[in-house]
Design a protein around this ligand. Structure first.
Ligand code: NAD
Ligand code: ISE
Length: 339
């Protein structure tokens, strides 16, 4: 069975996912595309033989759209995800699930009321081979009980529209999700330290930031978010346990010796660093839909938890203190989540 997909939002990642669903993933076909900017949607749709439609509601209502991909701006996600649930259609939503806790809870409640899992959130790191191997090592107890995690999330540069709060909401949200998953644990507090700011930033931005998290089991996490590091896109993660440590590998790149130097290139952005993870993420999502089973990836509950934790991190950025994270008890409906 071919899964017929409609894509809402034909910007940077939307275009990448349309290409991925068309050229890489098997068993899927993009049949409809929409964007606030109709002139952007039209060529993206035409390129893959799909049609451009008026808006998200129109796209979700099309009878040949079996499943929906939401890649529009974050504040519009809730509206599209809720409409897809109301139509009984599976929906893959790029992060964040929604930009407010209230909207995340509305989505969770709508999905529970509908009685089956329809929502998957685009936390693609869970599909990265390196992170998956880290999780296997941790789950197998090979380094004993985890005690500390040291992480870094560096982007080469951030645009002028990037605000200090986005370090948590847009950037650290990936670590927030992947750490909950890696450790099978919940984050219970957040704090933000402000080091000396880089001169290579727009003046309104606090960059870098060091975020400190604590989990329910007492694991301490330090995360450096540095979005103007200039040298490339660099993701680091090391978990220290009672009897060993496990470190995220850098993606394979050839070592080049030339002109008296020995060097390995660093990736330049998230698209190439996580390309393989995005491919696996979409293939697994399409496979579940084709098999008629519920998606197994990050759930609406994970999207809700991530937003509550990023909200606490933003509060910590502004207050300078340690802020507790108030996540509700996980409903029985999500008890089977992979954690
Ligand atoms: P973008 O600005 O390049 O594209 C967003 C597109 O959505 C724009 O073309 C805009 O016109 C369109 N749009 C906005 N509201 C819409 C609506 N209501 N209906 C239809 N179209 C609408 O942004 P982007 O970088 O592609 O990011 C899109 C989403 O993907 C964001 O939520 C972002 O956080 C997420 N993202 C995820 C990753 C990742 O690593 N998983 C990376 C980048 C972006
Ligand atoms: C962007 O939205 C992403 O999701 C990238 O993975 C992240 O590295 C970047 O900082 C965000 O702006």
């Amino acid at each position: 069975m071919t899964v017929r997909v409609g894509v809402i939002g034909a910007g940077m990642i939307g275009q990448d996912h349309v290409r991925r669903l068309t050229e890489v993933v098997t068993g899927a076909e993009v049949v409809a595309v929409t964007d606030l900017d109709a002139e952007r949607a039209a060529p993206v749709a035409a390129e893959v033989g799909a049609r451009a439609v008026t808006d998200g509601a129109d796209l979700i209502g099309q009878s040949d759209v079996d499943a929906v991909v939401v890649t529009s701006w974050g504040p519009t996600h809730a509206e599209h995800v809720l409409a897809a649930i109301a139509a009984g259609k599976p929906v893959f939503c790029e992060k964040p699930l929604a930009t407010t806790e209230e909207d995340c809870r509305r989505i969770v409640e709508a999905e529970i009321a509908c009685g089956r899992r329809l929502v998957q959130v685009g936390f693609m790191r869970r599909y990265d081979a390196g992170y998956r191997e880290m999780k296997r090592v941790l789950d197998a107890g090979e380094i004993g009980t985890p005690l500390m995690v040291h992480c870094a999330h560096r982007n080469a540069s951030a645009p002028e529209s990037y605000r200090s709060e986005m370090a948590a909401q847009d950037t650290a949200v990936h670590e927030i999700d992947v750490l909950r998953w890696l450790l099978s644990d919940e984050i219970v507090s957040a704090q933000v330290i402000k080091p000396r700011a880089t001169t290579k930033r727009y003046p309104h931005l606090q960059d870098p930031q060091i975020m400190l998290f604590e989990t329910a089991a007492g694991v301490r996490v330090d995360l450096e978010v540095f979005v103007n590091c200039r040298y490339g896109y660099d993701i680091q993660c090391e978990t220290v346990g009672e009897t060993g440590l496990v470190r995220l590998p850098d993606p394979a790149s050839p070592l080049v010796r030339s002109a008296g130097t020995s060097r390995v290139a660093v990736h330049q952005d998230w698209r190439d660093r996580f390309a393989a993870a995005f491919d696996v993420e979409f293939q697994e999502w399409v496979n579940t839909l084709a098999a008629g089973v519920e998606p197994t990836g990050p759930s609406a509950w994970d999207g809700y938890a991530a937003t509550v934790i990023t909200d606490a991190t933003v509060e910590a950025l502004h207050s300078g203190g340690v802020v507790g994270v108030a996540i509700k008890d996980r409903p029985e409906f999500y008890a089977g989540d992979v954690r």
